[in-house]
Design a protein around this ligand. Structure first.
Ligand SMILES: Nc1ncnc2c1ncn2[C@@H]1O[C@H](COP(=O)(O)OP(=O)(O)O)[C@@H](O)[C@H]1O
Ligand SMILES: [Mg+2]
Length: 268
């Protein structure tokens, strides 16, 4: 099988799996300060197995708040929220989070950072070491297994954080501007790799960004949020085939979709 038909077979499998609803929100809302700050109001959405969904909107519109509620890190104020049909009541092992900062332990090598969550939950086996090395190779760090964080660039540190996330076995990935602190070139490159990796592991992904182009480029659908109060204004389907290349962003179809999302944001 050549690379192309391989990719097609994978995207075919990807589509077939997309029956089950993995994350479902109905009227999800959040207020802070005894109701004085409405961070998010009445969000309705469904995310299916294997889907890559972007959550885009300006700073302060409630993206992180929604993500943290899905993660079970903060309680919602109103509405229903379920993961695999179970009401979200707290963190769960199949849901993993990644933030703008990698928060690696400086005194542990890349490998030992990837192994940390497993080590905290049980005794490590040689299979864990093999798996962690495989994951480091998957994120392109096969030559940096024994390197300490201070010797890694910001982009490489985020790669370690991604490998660490995958080592937990989570197949629902909640990524809050994971490459937001990196320069544009590194970010673009990591976005391409992220698409490959989540397709390879068959993860369901909710990806937060304030960059419209990035949101569309990565996603099967884009949840567009507007501020004051934070509201899910529109869910836009992204029809472009996979695998995608950076050149997609130069096409009129892509730019028409960027304009559509921008119009939703501009209306508010
Ligand atoms: N712990 C908190 N206490 C009070 N207000 C908060 C808290 N967290 C978020 N907010 C407010 O909720 C709104 C949405 O915040 P956030 O979800 O962080 O937005 P985004 O991630 O889209 O930038 C903002 O007005 C923010 O100030
Ligand atoms: Mg945020």
């Amino acid at each position: 099988m050549n690379a192309m038909s391989n990719a097609n077979a994978r995207s075919g499998a990807h589509t077939q799996q997309q029956g089950d609803i993995v994350i479902k929100g109905e009227g999800v809302g959040k207020t802070f300060g005894n109701g004085s700050v409405v961070a998010l109001e009445g969000a309705d959405f469904e995310i299916k197995r294997g889907e890559f969904v972007s959550l885009v909107g300006p700073s302060g519109c409630g993206k992180s708040t929604l993500l943290r509620m899905v993660a079970g890190l903060i309680e919602r104020s109103s509405g229903k929220l379920a993961v695999h049909g179970d009401t979200v009541k707290g963190p769960r092992s199949d849901v993993g989070l990644m933030f703008q900062r990698a928060t690696l332990l400086e005194w542990r090598t890349a490998l030992d950072n990837v192994l940390l969550p497993t080590e905290l939950s049980r005794k490590l086996t040689s299979a864990d070491y093999d798996h962690a090395e495989e994951l480091l190779a998957m994120v392109g760090l096969q030559d940096f297994t024994f390197t300490f964080p201070s010797q890694l660039s910001g982009g490489m540190q985020q790669r370690v954080a991604l490998a660490r996330l995958l080592k937990t076995g989570a197949d629902i990935l909640l990524l809050d501007e994971p490459f937001g602190a990196l320069d544009e070139f590194t970010r673009e490159h990591l976005n391409l790799e992220l698409m490959r990796i989540v397709a390879d592991v068959g993860a369901t992904t909710l990806f937060v960004t304030h960059n419209i182009g990035e949101a569309i480029f990565l996603a099967d659908k884009v949840m567009v949020m507007t501020p004051r109060p934070g509201r899910l204004a529109r869910i836009v389907d992204v029809p472009f085939e996979r695998p995608r290349t950076a050149e997609l962003q130069l096409t009129p179809e892509f730019n028409a979709l960027v304009a559509e999302v921008r119009a939703v944001l501009g209306d508010h």
